[in-house]
Write a protein that binds this ligand. Structure first.
Ligand code: ARG
Length: 261
């Protein structure tokens, strides 16, 4: 059973601008926010996940994006080090939750930024995105903590500022990704480690790659028919959820989740 951490969208909104999707003039519709978030939660449960919740906090609108809390592997939780002060204030809540839940919390003694499972994703190996929110150097420290190799991937398109906005491992062998988000060298090293389907740009911009994989089930945003067809041809069952309000903040299905097991 897959366990996933989510944070109710009680205080979600566009209160600052820290990525190209966010615009103070493009505010969210609160009714849609709660419908979409609840539908995502129900869909994940239907797809086989068990959901755990962290209590949302006032004035921390991006706490809904639990993927950015940190990176978890084998009971060790490495808390993020947010690039922007607006999100740094979330950290004490994440750390408290993981300590209370019995995880071993290992903070990285550095000033370098790192945005957790938003930028570090595992297939057979761990892949670490850098360039916008996390620094390349941080992955050396994380390799030491987890004693496993990390493949650094350089993100070059600011619409896809976290690795999970443009890359989704489906299994140890297969992934979907948007090629335009990476530099050539990163595409070469991706090809050495995983085979992939490159989603069309239009679907990448609907956050097709921001998908949650629960065994054979993939939960992804609506509006990505080619990606869905590809996933189905690989034997996956697809579930879609309208994520329009979260896209206004530069996030979608996967960003709203953190896999605990
Ligand atoms: N507004 C949030 C930010 O810019 C969105 C985070 C999306 N999270 C993710 N894992 N891609 O930080």
């Amino acid at each position: 059973m897959s366990r996933i951490l989510m944070c109710p969208p009680t205080y979600f909104g566009i209160e600052y601008v820290i990525n190209p999707w966010m615009d103070m003039a493009n505010q969210v519709d609160n009714n849609l926010v709660s419908t979409q978030w609840n539908t995502l939660k129900d869909t994940l449960e239907e797809a086989g996940a068990e959901i755990e919740l962290i209590e949302p906090q006032p004035s921390l609108p991006d706490m809904v994006f639990t993927a950015n809390a940190g990176l978890l592997r084998n009971n060790i939780f490495i808390p993020s080090r947010f690039k922007f002060p607006e999100r740094q204030r979330e950290m004490k809540h994440w750390i408290q939750w993981f300590i209370k839940a019995g995880y071993e919390v290992k903070e990285i003694p550095t000033e370098l930024p790192f945005e957790g499972a938003g930028d570090a994703l595992s297939g057979k190996v761990l892949f670490g995105g850098y360039g916008f929110r996390s620094s390349k150097e941080i992955y050396k420290e994380i390799e030491d903590i987890f004693s496993s190799e990390i493949i650094p991937l350089y993100l070059v398109d600011d619409r896809f500022y976290h690795l999970d906005t443009c890359f989704c491992p489906l299994s140890e062998e297969f992934a979907i990704l948007y090629e335009g988000a990476f530099d050539e060298e990163s595409i070469r090293s991706l090809k050495e480690h995983i085979s992939y389907f490159s989603v069309p740009e239009q679907e990448a911009a609907r956050f097709a790659c921001n998908a949650v994989v629960i065994e054979n089930n993939v939960v992804l945003p609506t509006g990505c028919p080619e990606t869905e067809r590809h996933l189905q041809s690989k034997g996956f069952t697809t579930f879609t959820v309208d994520m329009s309000e979260f896209l206004k903040s530069g996030g979608a299905a996967k960003c709203l989740t953190l896999k605990l097991s």
